[in-house]
Design a protein around this ligand. Sequence first.
Ligand SMILES: Cc1cc2nc3c(=O)[nH]c(=O)nc-3n(C[C@H](O)[C@H](O)[C@H](O)COP(=O)(O)OP(=O)(O)OC[C@H]3O[C@@H](n4cnc5c(N)ncnc54)[C@H](O)[C@@H]3O)c2cc1C
Length: 543
Amino acid sequence: MTDEADAVVVGAGPNGLVAANILADHGWRVEVLEARDVPGGAVHSDRGVHPDFVSDTFSSFHPLAAASPTIAALDLHEFGLRWSHAPSVLAHPLADGRCATLHRGVDATAAGLAGHFGADDAAGWRRLSALWDRLDPHLVNALLSPFPPIRSGLALAARLGAADGLRFARTMTLPVRRLGEEEFSDVGATMLLAGCALHADMLPEAAPSAAFGWLLAMLGQQHGWPTPVGGAGALTEALVRRLTSKGGAVRCGTRVTSVVVRGGTALGVRTANGDAVRARRAVLADVPATTLYGGLVSWDDLPARLRDDLRRFTWDPGTFKVDWALNGPIPWTAPEAARAGTIHLAADLAELSDYAVQVASDRLPARPFLLIGQMTTADPTRSPAGTESAWAYTHVPRHVTEDLGGGLTGRWDPGEAQAYADRLETRVETFAPGFRSRIIARRILSPLALQAANANLVGGALNGGSAAIHQQLVFRPVPGSGRPPTPVRRLYLASASAHPGGGVHGACGANAARAALRVERLAVARTIRRRSAGRNGSTGRCR
Ligand SMILES: Cc1cc2nc3c(=O)[nH]c(=O)nc-3n(C[C@H](O)[C@H](O)[C@H](O)COP(=O)(O)OP(=O)(O)OC[C@H]3O[C@@H](n4cnc5c(N)ncnc54)[C@H](O)[C@@H]3O)c2cc1C
């Protein structure tokens, strides 16, 4: 080994950087090794589409970071992070010209729903918002803690009591379509929740899509869906600045090729440059479970059962993204859509369901559901006044067996990528006639391009593995997990493949760092006990 640190963190994504910051706060010397030539993983921005436009290459809106107690405790504003908000959080324009809009604050959201969809939808929305308020902040704390979340779980139980607790549990197991049927009489509020559920690989007819959609919508209503002033990369810069101020280091252009394991304990890593870095206390891996197990760590050092479990690991679908530089705002037919940071595009719930089923059954949708970001609307620093830096993404099957809109194969060669980008633009044009005429430049990120840009985005997956119920909580990434330790001593899984999964919240990294600190504390306590037992013993022998 040629270099040495207390902890080596493999990968400088948000999880790796949060983990490194927490360890550095405890006085550990931390070295983060990052394969790319820039830190941040899927939290990065650039001027690659047009020199006058800042584009977020991957993630843009960070409600989970804004709500995360771990990230709040890092005081990143002291290291340059500023959040910016669009006038409204999210809009879902429908084919019939109406628009459901999520605002910061229940009154504004309910008023909008009442105006377009009637008093019943507004009343249902208020009920679901009141439930959120009742559980705040324990629900978010529970979701971001290692599983099972004992302290916040008890706090939730105390808030709800047995009878309401059961009813809450039932609501959380509902498909979002069913929740909509139970709570609303029109479609607006359901579309807000269903579109949010489809940020993960959820069918509107499957559990727990209601819980996921409700969670993301309520986070937006409480915290907004903020974006860092200047670009997503500003969040990464703040994390790196903080880490280096505490003595930590990030070494870019350094791909880790293996974790060195001796006698069941991780001792350090080897890199593609031929270096070795010794880790005196821990190795934390911000890489997918499928990269860590059987990749960086040989199967010879892992239990046979894990190999079988990992064979069943389910990836989330691929992602297809287009970034645009626009010479004007998107000319939405629904005026409310112009003020939102995020737009969900699907004509109605049936279209949303068709899309989700098609992606799940390996067919490329003819009418893809789009998530659209209007970044200059959310943060005016992103492009010159009067223009818009925008993006759209949709999910695509990992293995395309049929294209329902033409002859694409899912090879994603340049011709296919251009054709699918055209399909996304046609979708926007339907809801915003004249959109195409505003495009100055575009950049296409197919699933292949996403993976080439960040090895964690395997096949274009953005959540580090499916968020389906069979791979959540104690099943993430394999049955029996839910906590960051791995079968190798001093090695911790710190990426979105670990509970609680994808999104920029840093919880996977924080949980891994805290697990490493706990093990170290226990080891120190054991040593002290042994020493004092030894002293007592020798006194005894003297006697
Ligand atoms: C297109 C897109 C849009 C998204 N939008 C949002 C959003 O708006 N809001 C949100 O909350 N989330 C969003 N996400 C999800 C979110 O960005 C991820 O869940 C999050 O970044 C996961 O963090 P991570 O640290 O686990 O991994 P990553 O951010 O992927 O970082 C992993 C890092 O590890 C490095 N690495 C991998 N292998 C090695 C190795 N062998 N050696 C050294 N380094 C290695 C990679 O290069 C990378 O830098 C989006 C993701 C994508 C792709």
